[in-house]
Design a protein around this ligand. Structure first.
Ligand SMILES: *Cc1c(COP(=O)(O)O)cnc(C)c1O
Length: 239
């Protein structure tokens, strides 16, 4: 398979990110572009790395396994972004640097215990279901402070911030209030609870990352726009 198109895709996403930063007065702010590789074969990894991508994400252990077995996998920092069963934690902790999808206290406790066994410290984000969609994981907004207080005490975890997935909408502009609410919540928690390391906002996917960057995203999780099929015709922003 030929992955020559990957470099163009990466360039385009970075241009869109830079333009969104300029539009919103965030010029020069750091935004990590995380490549979501779940729908691509492991062979995409070297092309991504050569195009300057150093962060990759998966949402299911079964699929992640094949990617992690590729020799190029060790060049990346790995992010777990999917719903995570407690009994899978033992596979995830040794191989992933970041967990974006901590959606219940019990999962944070299990991650802390497993990280202690391996002697590492894991970066974690709390997933927040801002739109309160019944089919989506994540804490409700009003529960976040209480959870932060508890999770911040757990050893071998570094609580780095919040993550959300915006609802499916026809126009990405409709997701702006969701991203803005996550940014506000994150600022309040960081200031009120004096957590200087609580500085990451993981929000924005292929269809809505420019809006998420305008509203303060520090990490965007991009799948289809980076590694989708070469004849991609979906109407995402900037394509
Ligand atoms: C698949 C996935 C993404 C990437 O979605 P695209 O629309 O392909 O960019 C981002 N975040 C999560 C949690 C995902 O499951």
């Amino acid at each position: 398979m030929d992955f020559e198109y990957i470099a163009d895709r990466v360039r385009r996403v970075r241009e869109n990110v830079n333009q969104a930063l300029v539009r919103s007065g965030r010029d020069g702010a750091a935004v990590d572009v995380i490549a979501v590789t779940k729908s691509a074969p492991p062979e995409v990894l070297p092309a991504l790395f050569e195009a300057g991508i150093t962060d990759a994400a998966e949402n299911r252990w079964q699929v992640a396994r094949d990617k992690l077995a590729h020799p190029a996998a060790e060049r990346f920092k790995w992010h777990f972004i999917g719903s995570l069963q407690t009994n899978k934690v033992k596979y995830i902790v040794p191989r992933f640097d970041w967990i974006h999808s901590v959606d219940r206290l019990e999962l944070a406790e299990a991650l802390s215990r497993e990280a202690a066994k391996t002697g590492r410290t894991l970066n974690i984000l709390l997933q927040v279901n801002i739109a309160r969609e019944p089919q989506k994981q994540g804490f409700h907004q009003e529960d976040v402070r209480r959870v932060v207080e508890l999770v911040a005490q757990l050893p071998h975890l570094e609580l780095r911030g919040l993550m959300t997935m915006a609802p499916k909408v026809a126009h990405s502009e409709e997701s702006r209030p969701i991203f803005r609410a996550l940014d506000e919540l994150s600022r309040q928690v960081r200031e009120d609870m004096q957590l200087p390391a609580f500085d990451q906002l993981s929000m924005g996917m292929s269809d809505d990352y420019p809006v998420a960057v305008e509203e303060g995203a520090t990490m965007i999780r991009v799948g289809r726009q980076l590694v989708g099929p070469a004849d991609l015709t979906q109407g995402g922003q900037g394509l």
